[in-house]
Design a protein around this ligand. Structure first.
Ligand SMILES: NC(=O)c1ccc[n+]([C@@H]2O[C@H](COP(=O)([O-])OP(=O)(O)OC[C@H]3O[C@@H](n4cnc5c(N)ncnc54)[C@H](OP(=O)(O)O)[C@@H]3O)[C@@H](O)[C@H]2O)c1
Length: 296
């Protein structure tokens, strides 16, 4: 009898896990159909992860609003989308997310053009790399102005519209280092920790309005982030890590599954889990990172 129970139990758990996975997959794919004709705003869309997100949304038939500071680069992306995906509707809105008035203009321009907003992706971001004691107040402020205040400005500008309509999705691109502070990246890390908090709290606050909030934590990704860094002391340009296209695809999947948070990569998940037990050991190992990353 005891043996029978054990056998049933050992089948029941994997069966439950597999059915849950299948259910999630089916739900995600039915949600994907809704992306057709949805209006998506992507900040930081002129290159890197933002550009890949624009391509992935265009494949689904979404209408895309590309935002960043460089209008030339945005228009290039816009033209590429229109050439590759027939009937693709996209516009470029020059926006500096650290300026509240630009973010308000971004939301107003989108509503004027498309009459609705379904998804806001807060992706624009900048980095600096140096020891904290070498990082100037101006640099820290600049990082916060873009990575933290940029998210606040765009989110606050879109919320009245989404709350009135009782629907919408907000996706914040945070970082692995928004979960675990990284020596040499403290200005950047702290800006990402701050948006982790915004994402987590906002998701609960906006539940009653039917607005879904997802936070994405990628690790090193092959983009121009490091070569665009404020500090020019970094030895490497960013040619290591995962592809920006993988980050874009996983971001859309996590959003469609309505995940609260998605850490990209299995080793990264294991690192963060074990960090709960071995934080001091990781402190020791990571203390060598700036020496490896910085020019003398
Ligand atoms: N690459 C990585 O390893 C990595 C890892 C984890 C998380 N992330 C996050 O992923 C996001 C995208 O980064 P990425 O790797 O794709 O970097 P990227 O290639 O350097 O692209 C950054 C984008 O942000 C825009 N941007 C910068 N400052 C802006 C501002 N003030 N206002 C509006 N747009 C601005 C840039 O366009 P303009 O210059 O035209 O304004 C560009 O389109 C960032 O939030 C970053 O923190 C990246």
């Amino acid at each position: 009898m005891k043996k029978n129970k054990l056998i049933i139990f050992s089948y029941a758990i994997p069966l439950f896990i597999i059915s849950r996975k299948i259910y999630k997959l089916l739900k995600r794919e039915s949600e994907r159909n809704k992306l057709k004709d949805s209006v998506v705003i992507i900040t930081g869309a002129s290159e890197g992860i933002g550009k890949e997100l624009a391509i992935e949304f265009a494949k689904q038939g979404s209408k895309i609003v590309l935002a960043s500071r460089s209008i030339d680069k945005l228009q290039k992306v816009e033209n590429q989308l229109k050439e590759k995906y027939v009937n693709c509707e996209a516009i470029s809105v020059p926006t500096d997310v650290s300026r509240k008035e630009d973010c308000i203009n971004l939301i107003e321009t989108t509503l004027e053009k498309f009459n609705k907003i379904d998804i806001l992706i807060n992706n624009a971001g900048i980095v600096t790399y140096d020891y904290f004691y070498n990082t100037s107040d101006e640099e820290i402020k600049k990082i916060m102005d873009v990575n933290y205040w940029g998210v606040i400005h765009c989110t606050k500008a879109v919320l009245p519209y989404m709350m009135k309509n009782k629907k919408g999705r907000i996706v914040n691109i945070s970082s692995f280092v928004g979960k675990r502070a990284m020596p040499g990246m403290l200005a950047y890390s702290s800006s990402k920790f701050a948006i982790q908090a915004i994402g987590e709290g906002l998701r609960a606050e906006l539940r009653k309005y039917g607005i879904k909030v997802t936070t994405i934590c990628p690790t090193a990704t092959k983009t121009e982030l490091l070569s665009n860094a404020l500090s020019k002391r970094v030895k490497f340009s960013q040619n290591i890590g995962m592809s920006a296209n993988r980050v874009a695809k996983e971001t859309i999947n996590a959003m469609l599954e309505n995940k609260r948070e998605h850490i990209i990569g299995i080793p990264e998940k294991i690192f963060l889990f074990t960090n709960n037990f071995f934080a001091s050991f990781y402190d020791f190992v990571l203390s060598f990172a700036p020496k490896f990353m910085l020019k003398d």
